[in-house]
Write a protein that binds this ligand. Structure first.
Ligand code: NAD
Length: 484
């Protein structure tokens, strides 16, 4: 098989297999064909990976930040050089069009390796002068062994967004990709070793939820960073709490996008397309509740439908194709189920709404209008190409409705009124907000959610705080005063 890796796991600098583990079939979502066969990690593999990460950490953290950073930056260069091959792999793993994977996956992973590689040398504590000559200094220390657990929508990016800051701080990592898209994290591990990372610094093991759970509960693990759904997040957070482990939770969303009458309509339509149909709608921060002010509603829907007719749907390896299949049959059926609920609950179908008759798991880009706040499609995360358009009249009304959700990942506003834009984002209960654009996630900016959408932030300097802790050292320059 063309995409069959040498073995399922990458531990201590080498490919490792244990065929006793449950089978994992990797399916190309555009055709339904099996492109690789792997095995879930057995307890022996989990043990090997955690031991390897534990043993490698002391030497890794003893390197200077400059040396660690150099390795990460070299890995970033290698990823960029191999961008096309990595993108082909990512397209087969996920079904996302090559048009997308060549610009948003390995390149975004490389950005993280470069950015955190650049920061590694400047991760220092501070000197705090006190009265009478005493002072405190702080030391920025690594946490130890970190576990990364990934979702299936951005496998390379997630492997790097977690690995790069962890390694920059002097931690080692065991990463478990999603069982649906297990291939590209192995390439990240290979590349890190090629770039000079010592054996055991970054390990990848495959597996279903039980493997993730066994990693989270292991006492050798100091930190868990999960990208996944809210139900999984709840379980992982609770298991991590038992061992008082650090966590980062990047979970699901049902984010609002508000379009005011005065917005640039082309930009608003572009934002709504990016925020609902990129990666066939399988993006956590998608703005799936599009609130459109009544005055431009019909113009917005008309232009949206015209633009959607230009989506080129088909073979994701065709460079002209801009809309591919969903990741799996299961995910397709979930999306189709929500589409049926939308119809049954009285939303008006404006565009799409059907499975596409061809091999693979294709669902039409779908738009519902006249959606009301209590409809299922307006409340639950669909994680598919289904946009809900809701009407609104006033700013006050839309603000309350936008925030009326358990989620708080992202939120966006389109308006040409400067003060209103800032007022709206100040009112959003969401971790990542956009004004007159949507869904950009540069590595320089913190990314993450509030409310049920998560804990902690990825990317930016803030990610360092989530992969390190400060040690405080009080230094006395005076005699010790004791009461007796
Ligand atoms: P999921 O929650 O089903 O699985 C995520 C990962 O957790 C997988 O690797 C899975 O094997 C593992 N897992 C499952 N049960 C576990 C357990 N008990 N202990 C430890 N690990 C366990 O999510 P998914 O279907 O792979 O991905 C889609 C979800 O991810 C959506 O909700 C989406 O919004 C979210 N997501 C969030 C972000 C973000 O940055 N906020 C990014 C991408 C995806």
């Amino acid at each position: 098989m063309k995409f069959q890796p040498r073995a399922s796991h990458f531990i201590d600098g080498e490919y490792v297999e244990d065929t006793n583990g449950a089978a994992i079939e990797v399916i190309y979502p555009a055709t339904g064909e099996v492109i690789a066969r792997l095995h879930s990690a057995t307890p022996a593999i989990v043990e090997q990976a955690l031991n390897s990460a534990k043993n490698a950490q002391a030497a890794w953290v003893a390197l200077s930040g400059t040396e660690r950073g150099r390795i990460l930056r070299r890995a970033s260069d290698i990823m960029r050089e191999r961008n096309y091959d990595l993108s082909v792999l990512e397209t087969h793993d996920t079904g996302k069009p090559i048009q997308e994977t060549t610009v948003a996956d390995a390149t975004s992973g490389a950005d993280a390796l470069e950015y955190f590689g650049g920061l590694a040398a400047s991760l220092t504590g501070e000197h705090i002068p006190l009265g009478g000559g005493d002072f405190v200094y702080t030391i920025c220390e690594a946490l130890g062994v970190c576990v990364g657990i990934g979702a299936w929508n951005y496998p390379t990016q997630i492997a790097c967004w977690k690995g790069a800051p962890a390694l920059a701080c002097g931690n080692t990592m065991v990463f478990k990709p999603s069982e649906t898209t297990p291939l590209s994290a192995l390439k990240v591990a290979e590349i890190l070793v090629e770039a000079g990372a010592p054996k055991g610094v970054y390990n990848v093991i495959q597996g279903y939820g039980d493997v993730g759970a066994s990693l989270v509960s292991d006492p050798r693990v100091a930190k868990v960073s999960l990208t996944g759904s809210v139900p999984t997040g709840r379980k992982v957070y609770a298991a991590a709490a038992d061992g008082m482990k650090h966590v980062t939770m990047e979970l699901g969303g049902k984010s609002p996008m508000i379009v005011f009458d005065d917005a640039d309509i082309e930009n608003a339509v572009s934002g709504a397309i990016l925020g609902n149909f990129y990666s066939s709608g399988q993006v956590c921060s998608n703005g799936t509740r599009v609130f459109v002010q009544k005055g431009i509603k019909e113009a917005f829907l008309k232009r949206l439908s015209e633009r959607l007719a230009h989506a080129k749907i088909g073979d994701p390896m065709d460079e002209d194709v801009s809309f591919g299949p969903m990741v799996s049959e299961n995910q397709m059926n979930i999306a189709l189920g929500y589409i049926e609920k939308g119809k049954a609950e009285g939303a008006r179908l404006v565009y799409g709404g059907e499975r596409i008759e061809r091999d693979g798991y294709f669902v039409q880009p779908t738009v519902f209008a006249d959606v009301t706040d209590n409809m299922t499609i307006a409340r639950e995360e669909i994680f598919g190409p289904v946009m809900s358009v809701l009407d609104f009249e006033t700013e006050e009304e839309v603000m309350a409705r936008a925030n009326d959700t358990e989620f708080g990942l992202a939120a966006g506003v389109f308006t040409n009124d400067l003060t209103r834009a800032h007022r709206i984002v100040a009112g959003f209960e969401a971790g990542t907000c956009y004004i007159n654009t949507y869904n950009l996630a540069p590595v320089e900016a913190p990314f993450g959610g509030s409310k049920m959408s998560g804990v902690g932030r990825e990317n930016s300097k803030l990610a360092i705080n989530h992969f390190s802790e400060m040690k405080t050292v009080y230094v006395s320059m005076n005699d010790v005063e004791a009461p007796y």
